[in-house]
Design a protein around this ligand. Structure first.
Ligand SMILES: NC(=O)c1ccc[n+]([C@@H]2O[C@H](COP(=O)([O-])OP(=O)(O)OC[C@H]3O[C@@H](n4cnc5c(N)ncnc54)[C@H](OP(=O)(O)O)[C@@H]3O)[C@@H](O)[C@H]2O)c1
Length: 430
């Protein structure tokens, strides 16, 4: 058998420990598939004394992970620390700059610095791999870059954040409001250290940026992606959505057309008949449309030790096999920035939820504001009053340009009878 592939692992948390477990327990099978043994040489984390549930005594402990890059006895560096900048970014640059292939699960790093790192990897003719960064155990990067490579890909969308999908699913399943489920989610340890990454759609935005780069071969400006999270969704919205034949899901959606690239993350009403409406709890799903293949659907566990480590080890095996093609499957130099379509140009139907005082003339005022902005209604629902005498009114519009809808919402919000800021949720008839 040929020389072993000697790896260093930076970060021994959930994913790092999972990678060690798979590499140790599947050692022989991996050597056979990789065509050479894969050996862990060195590891690094913050706290040397921490019990990790795996035996790391046989590996060289390194206090500063950046030292990996200079060592001749390390062939490849696996970064499982996290964060778009700091040590993870420095380690990626130094590793690739010194000609060492780099594997990471770090979506923030690739969303912000993927192009820069891909260029360095290509200059050095070595691999940069990040399968685990999107949708955990689902091999979506390879599916886009290899399995679907014969297709012009036009659109993709998916449930890319398991935590928010868990919150929305639990709200519906247990008829409890957002705040209560959020507290439970915190206790279960499902939220990122910075909860905003999950709750405000930023984590899903990182993953959408990576998917767009791979699927469309375009250079993405992460800051230009429209991102809106789930903080304003109430149980009443989930109930009304169900009554209207929809479920609420936080989706990342991207499409490329002659007009440009559309990229957005936000809650959506999706028809109950759509397969993605039934992807629940921590499960992720991605739907990809290709011109030859048609629609394809990928579903699986989007996070956690096993699924994420499964993807990381697959990347390590890829490198052991000698694969070192471009990180985004086309040369980074050729990836151009394309025109971005603004969210205000979206055209489609909207769900609107209003919380208003029950007084004569309220509905007429709201209808006038919508009419002024050419927003026409398809459905209006109103149930009995709340205990305080207020009432929820729900409307579904016909296709409307988003800017007009937002202008109408501002006008409605200014009415004295409106209690909470009105909520609009985009309806995606997928
Ligand atoms: N967890 C998931 O389900 C999942 C899914 C997909 C992608 N990811 C990505 O995978 C990466 C790792 O996630 P995780 O959940 O495993 O994180 P984690 O459990 O918080 O582990 C992070 C590890 O990094 C170590 N670390 C922190 N600063 C370091 C430094 N300066 N040098 C070396 N090590 C350092 C920590 O050391 P100590 O243990 O000593 O504190 C810890 O072992 C992140 O990029 C994350 O976004 C995670």
């Amino acid at each position: 058998m040929t020389n072993p592939l000697r790896i260093a692992i930076a970060g021994l948390g959930t994913v790092g420990v999972g990678v060690i477990r798979i590499l140790v327990s599947h050692q022989q099978m991996i050597a056979a598939r990789a065509g050479r043994p894969v050996e862990i040489v060195a590891v690094s984390a913050s706290n040397r004394g921490r019990q990790r549930g795996v035996d790391i005594s046989g590996y060289d402990w390194v206090d500063n992970a950046l030292d990996f890059a200079a060592r001749d006895d390390i062939d490849i560096i696996v970064e499982l620390i996290g964060g778009s900048d700091g040590v993870a970014h420095a380690l990626a640059r130094q590793s690739l700059g010194r000609g060492k292939p780099f594997v990471t699960a770090n979506k923030a790093l690739i969303a912000h610095h993927g192009m820069e790192l891909a260029r360095i990897a290509e200059e050095q003719n070595i691999g940069l791999r990040f399968e685990a960064a999107v949708a955990g155990g689902i091999p979506i990067i390879k599916s886009l870059g290899e399995g679907l490579t014969a297709n012009r890909l036009t659109r993709l969308y998916g449930i890319l954040n398991g935590t928010t999908n868990y919150i929305l699913t639990q709200m519906e399943a247990t008829a409890r409001d957002y705040g209560e489920i959020l507290e439970e989610t915190k206790l279960l340890g499902y939220l990122e250290a910075d909860p905003s990454l999950d709750l405000d759609g930023i984590d899903a935005g990182h993953k959408l940026a990576i998917l767009s780069m791979v699927a469309f071969g375009v250079n993405i400006n992460f800051d230009a992606i429209y991102m809106e999270g789930i903080r304003r969704i109430k149980l009443v919205d989930i109930d009304y959505a169900r009554e209207l034949g929809y479920r609420i899901k936080l989706l990342g959606l991207a499409s490329l057309s002659a007009a440009g690239l559309e990229q957005r993350v936000h809650p959506c009403l999706v028809p109950d008949s759509a397969p993605i409406a039934h992807v629940d709890d921590g499960v992720n799903a991605v739907v990809v449309d290709g011109d030859a293949v048609g629609r394809t659907f990928y579903e699986g566990r989007g996070a956690g030790e096993g699924p994420t480590a499964s993807a990381v080890v697959a990347d390590i095996i890829d490198i052991a096999r000698g694969h070192h093609g471009p990180a985004f499957f086309v040369p980074a130099q050729g990836m151009q920035k394309v025109n971005l379509i603004s969210i205000s140009d979206r055209v489609g139907p909207y769900y609107i939820r209003l919380h208003v005082e029950e007084q004569p003339g309220v509905i007429a005022d709201i209808a006038a504001a919508l009419r002024d902005k050419d927003v026409s209604l398809h459905v209006m629902l109103q149930k009995g009053s709340e205990q305080d005498g207020s009432v929820y009114v729900v409307m579904v519009t016909h296709d409307t340009r988003e800017q007009k809808l937002m202008d109408a919402m501002d006008q409605i919000n200014a009415l004295s009878s409106v209690i909470d800021k009105p909520l609009a949720i985009r309806i995606e008839n997928l």
